[in-house]
Design a protein around this ligand. Sequence first.
Ligand SMILES: NC(=O)c1ccc[n+]([C@@H]2O[C@H](COP(=O)([O-])OP(=O)(O)OC[C@H]3O[C@@H](n4cnc5c(N)ncnc54)[C@H](OP(=O)(O)O)[C@@H]3O)[C@@H](O)[C@H]2O)c1
Length: 365
Amino acid sequence: MHDLQSLIVGLLCYPLLSLRLNVLTGIRAQSTATTSPAINKSTQEAKKTLRKGNVVITGASSGLGLATAKVLAENGKWHVIMACRDFLKAEKAAKSAGMAKENYSIMHLDLASLDSVRQFVKNFRQLGVPLDTLVCNAAVYFPTASEPTYTADGFEMSVGVNHLGHFLLARELLEDMKQSDYPSQRLIIVGSITGNTNTLAGNIPPKANLGDLRGLAGGLNETTGSSMIDGGKFDGAKAYKDSKVCNMLMMQEFHRRYHEETGITFSSLYPGCIATTGLFREHIGLFRTLFPPFQKYITKGYVSEEEAGNRLAQVVSDPSLTKSGVYWSWNKNSASFENELSQEASDAEKAKKVWDMTEKLLGLA
Ligand SMILES: NC(=O)c1ccc[n+]([C@@H]2O[C@H](COP(=O)([O-])OP(=O)(O)OC[C@H]3O[C@@H](n4cnc5c(N)ncnc54)[C@H](OP(=O)(O)O)[C@@H]3O)[C@@H](O)[C@H]2O)c1
């Protein structure tokens, strides 16, 4: 059984296995070099920085994740591990984006199942390659749903996928990132303007509000309490916004707990309104038709998937974006700046409570 599992992982991750060989060859070459007096320390340091970085991007089968994967795969400095729930969809997407085979691998990850998250971590470790950057990008959004749906573990789906699945993944893979010898390690959690009530977009009802977290404490399930974090009645649009507040709070809490000790950069971002992505697939048809032109010509907040991909790729690899604990945004000239989060999305006390409750729910505490 174990061998069969290894074989499947091996087949799905062929490009990564060849990458592993490259890494191993690199290490062997380096250790031979250390015995030679002609090679000094700075040459070895320079050699270290020559290898490609390995970045895991969740939800890289469409939209922002795919656009980012394409930018990074094409710039020659990264091997992209596309962590996706639909292997074939991801393969087709990578091919149609024109990504060269040797620059990416696809690994199965369903964030709606904690078992799948744990299996992904195991599979990744079996490959024996270093992890340099993790991008928590995947998300679901059910703006018109009147009833909640649930993850395999019985958590409301939006918070379950967007926050809980990512939290477990990030907590586990942090250990792997600590081992990385890459010049910069980054953990990025994609945020959103819609969770920030200090903006116009964040003030469109229903507004994000985690309340006193009683629903989260109760397990995000109507059988044991409420499917909403604040304990209220289910609202799909609000559940998404609440999950994004959790994403932004967790990025800051990771920063407070781990930045000094590990040197890892923790960041979040609002990539702009990418009105054409699959995120709006559950919305009514009229909304999907009108939303892109509305954003393009009325609010002028629209950004193309390509531009948004460039932005997230900057947060992954731009040497000027290494400051930790930052929520990045871009101005009209596409220049990045450190944006301000809403009061709730920057509430350190709430962040700690969400962290502690999430750990409990996931059996980590
Ligand atoms: N679009 C915007 O205007 C906007 C604005 C601000 C922030 N964002 C954020 O940007 C990120 C990407 O969204 P997007 O607009 O690019 O939407 P998208 O095209 O729908 O991409 C979402 C990705 O998440 C994946 N996903 C969904 N459920 C999953 C699960 N259970 N396990 C693993 N992967 C799963 C999807 O996989 P499938 O392909 O299999 O469905 C897809 O690849 C999200 O975090 C979103 O909150 C978007």
